[in-house]
Design a binder for this molecule. Structure first.
Ligand code: GLY
Length: 397
């Protein structure tokens, strides 16, 4: 006898996330927590082996947007992400069984020359215009707050909403949380030729109702229709932006805060102190240039004397996933049911929980977040929506 409709339980929606970086993993966790059946595919053999593991884990709610142009929609998304982070970190820690070393000490921005002081004044004004808290510090306040700074400083600003995390720990905890939640992690799977239609058939034969692309700087997989004709996603090619980084052993007086100058940042973790990073647009190689790394140490040590003699533990290059306007692509692509979570450029770690929320709202609840409007993946299509622009959402006040 057929089961009466009222007592029949709907099968959970099945979703494949392609890409096991911080964005893909965060999306997978959020979808799973909202009842979806989720599998994560990645061509690599480890979590976050693309760019996440090479990142500095800075959650630059204020610094990145105040320092880098006038993108108000992105600033609003970043600030929202910053607010999500404490609860998100607590959830990942609880489910993943350990700390991600979230620090809410804020970041310091320091100027050492007249030109840098002028730049810092501009940054302070940009923070004020955005309603982002920023406190100018006197010399004695700076000394008390960050005694590791030994170099001469002309002016300093504290950005209390900036946070940081250890990306390696984050990946480890996310992996454990997903395994515990029953999300399949399918490594070493290079997915190409996905068959789209009512459902999506992966090359391993498994079938899903929706797909999320979180492939970072890798080209998106190819899709074909049920009769083999190619299907276009309507996405721009990702733009690689190389970043070189130096990791020094913590020794002597190490900083408590992320410290930014106009040229470098210093991001102290318990395991090491990171000094970076270059921004090499269009470069996708991971070669490390000893001269670049030596420059990081020199400039870092001019500010934090203990870095002069700190043993070098490692140096690497990561490739950030840029987009034509350096804003992310979040939302449905030109293939219905395929959702982009791409192009997070310098802020994948910061924006991961906000991206996960937006994607899950859309797939599970059918809601398009007002925060996401400016990041529609189709914005680069000719004849599509207007390109992303600084004032396009009007969300910031
Ligand atoms: N978010 C830091 C960097 O891209 O270097």
């Amino acid at each position: 006898m057929p089961t009466p409709p009222s007592s029949r339980k709907a099968a959970p929606i099945r979703i494949a996330v392609i890409g096991a970086g911080v964005v893909g993993l965060s999306v997978a966790l959020e979808l799973r927590s909202r009842g979806a059946e989720v599998a994560v595919y990645d061509r690599g053999l480890e979590l976050g082996a693309g760019v996440t593991i090479r990142s500095a884990g800075m959650l630059g709610v204020a610094f990145d947007w105040a320092a880098e142009g006038d993108d108000r929609s992105l600033a609003a998304l970043a600030r929202h992400a910053g607010m999500l982070w404490p609860d998100y970190a607590a959830r990942v820690e609880r489910l993943g069984g350990g700390s991600v070393e979230l620090s809410s000490a804020g970041s310091l921005v320091v100027a050492r020359t007249d030109a840098e002081a002028e730049w810092l004044e501009g940054l302070t004004a940009a923070c004020q215009a955005r309603g982002l808290p920023g406190h100018t510090l006197t010399r004695s306040a700076l000394e008390a707050r960050e005694p590791a700074i030994t170099g001469k400083v002309r002016s300093a600003l504290l950005l209390p909403e900036d946070q940081q995390v250890d990306p390696a720990l984050l990946l480890q905890r996310l992996g454990a949380a997903l395994a515990r939640a029953g999300v399949g992690l399918r490594f070493g799977r290079h997915v190409e030729g996905i068959v789209g239609g009512q459902v999506f058939q992966m090359p391993d034969g498994d079938r899903f109702d929706r797909l999320v692309l979180a492939t970072g700087v890798q080209a998106a997989p190819a899709f074909v229709g049920p009769r083999g004709a190619p299907l276009a996603l309507g996405l721009p090619a990702p733009i690689p932006v190389k970043g070189q980084m130096l990791a020094l052993a913590p020794s002597g007086q190490t900083p408590r805060h992320v410290i930014h100058t106009r040229d470098i940042y210093i991001a102290p973790k318990s395991r090491w102190v990171l000094v970076g990073a270059s921004v090499e647009r269009g470069r996708a190689d991971t070669e490390v240039d000893p001269a670049v790394v030596a420059g990081f140490r020199k400039r870092g040590a001019e500010l934090v004397g203990a870095l002069a003699e700190a043993p070098e533990l490692s140096a690497w290059a990561g490739i950030r996933p840029g987009s034509p306007d350096d804003a992310p692509l979040i939302g449905e692509t030109a293939i219905p049911g395929v959702i982009a979570a791409l192009g997070h450029y310098r802020n994948g770690v910061l924006l991961a929980p906000a991206t996960a929320e937006i994607v899950a709202d859309q797939i599970i609840d059918g809601k398009v977040s007002p925060l996401a409007g400016a990041f529609a993946p189709g914005r680069f299509d000719k004849g599509g929506e207007a390109p992303h622009s600084p004032s396009s959402s009007g969300l910031d006040n």
